[in-house]
Design a protein around this ligand. Structure first.
Ligand SMILES: *Cc1c(COP(=O)(O)O)cnc(C)c1O
Length: 360
């Protein structure tokens, strides 16, 4: 068996220890004689799995009691609708457009009310985060929306926008649990888990209690009401049981690694190896304004499309998978999530140096 270094933006690399443990428990989960995939979501064994997952997530982030944690279905994209349906009391929301995911969320919100784009970095192919210190936040905005880490473009909000007192809603899909966060600055923090936490399909929403009400837009399906999921502790219907089980294992893995402070140090170290190389390379260059660089997704180019394609092909042959940039931007992108080991980045940089030597 040989495992590659997987730089996929998502679904993405998971900790090997987690995969091994899941494999060991596949046929007989802790003496139950069945796989987690086969057990009732109402069973005692499963109740423990989901309760422990929530408790561990709460401990990792430091989530106070007045925030609810929900394990939901439909990935991050379902939240693009769920958020306006549950929060748009005035039918007004402000969006900061820093990439395709923010744009999709913005478009979805337009189905339900007046969504305003109050800032955008589209003028420079989303290669930076706009200044959000004094935005024209709408007086009656129900919330201000950001995509905190832009998976495709490799930018990250290093300071949260000044929402002028309005509720902040953030998609953290691609930076979930990559560093410590102050959850009390957010009304909703949510993300699909397939970037940094677990199998695709599961979304985690951490929602401040006062935002969870019966007062939703008319016609909001039962399954898209936060209150239903909060009141039923994510067990209103059959949840994505196996996915949540893997998330729980990843939470424990992060705890064993030293928690979010340690994750941040680990991620900063990895990102520095790659960015330092890019900054001095004569062949490769990063595409993002330095101060806005993501620790998770690192896009880079040679400036020559044929050479980019050659690099991606040769890298794949050498065991570095999924380095092709998103189809909308081209070039390369190395996603170096929590589970990417430091050796993976070191070896990638060594390979890039070798490629540079041969192709400059
Ligand atoms: C991947 C991604 C999404 C989409 O997630 P799905 O689970 O496929 O809906 C949304 N936002 C961000 C920031 C992402 O990286």
């Amino acid at each position: 068996m040989s495992r590659v270094y997987n730089f996929s933006a998502g679904p993405a690399v998971l900790p090997e220890a987690v995969l091994k443990e899941a494999a060991e428990e596949m046929l007989d989960y802790k003496g139950t004689g069945m796989s987690v995939m086969e057990m009732s979501h109402r069973s005692k064994a499963y109740e423990e799995i989901i309760n422990e997952a929530e408790a561990d997530l709460r401990e990792l982030i430091g989530i106070p009691d007045h925030y609810k944690v929900m394990f939901l279905q439909g990935g991050a994209s379902t939240q693009f609708a769920m958020i306006p349906m549950n929060l748009m009391k005035n039918k007004v929301a402000d969006y900061i457009i820093t990439g395709q995911w923010a744009k999709k969320a913005f478009k979805e919100a337009q189905l339900y009310g007046k969504a305003n784009a109050i800032a955008s970095s589209e003028d420079k192919v989303f290669s930076y985060i706009p200044d959000c210190s004094d935005l024209p936040v709408s007086e009656d905005a129900d919330y201000v929306y950001i995509c905190e880490n832009n998976t495709i473009y490799g930018t990250k909000f290093k300071t949260l926008p000044n929402t002028k007192g309005k509720t902040l809603v953030a998609d953290v899909s691609s930076c979930f649990l990559s560093e410590p966060v102050d959850i009390t600055k957010y009304g909703i923090m949510y993300g699909g888990v397939q970037k940094n936490i677990g199998p695709a399909g599961v979304a985690i929403a951490i929602v401040r209690e006062d935002l969870i009400t019966e007062d939703v837009l008319p016609g909001t399906p039962t399954m898209l009401r936060y209150k239903i999921h909060a009141d039923n502790k994510s067990l209103y219907n059959t949840p994505p049981c196996y996915g949540i089980y893997i998330c729980g294992k990843v939470f424990k893995w992060i705890k064993s690694m030293g928690g979010l402070e340690a994750m941040k140090a680990h991620n900063e170290k990895k990102a520095a190896i790659l960015y330092d190389f890019l900054d001095q390379s004569k062949l490769f260059k990063g595409t993002v304004r330095k101060e806005d660089r993501s620790l998770m997704n690192v896009p880079f180019i040679t400036g020559n499309e044929e050479l980019d394609a050659k690099f991606v092909k040769e890298a794949k042959a050498a065991g570095f998978e999924n380095l092709k940039g998103h189809r909308s931007v081209g070039g390369m992108r190395a996603s170096i999530y929590n589970a990417m080991p430091i050796e993976g980045v070191e070896k990638l940089v060594a390979f890039m140096k070798e490629f540079e030597g041969k192709n400059l």
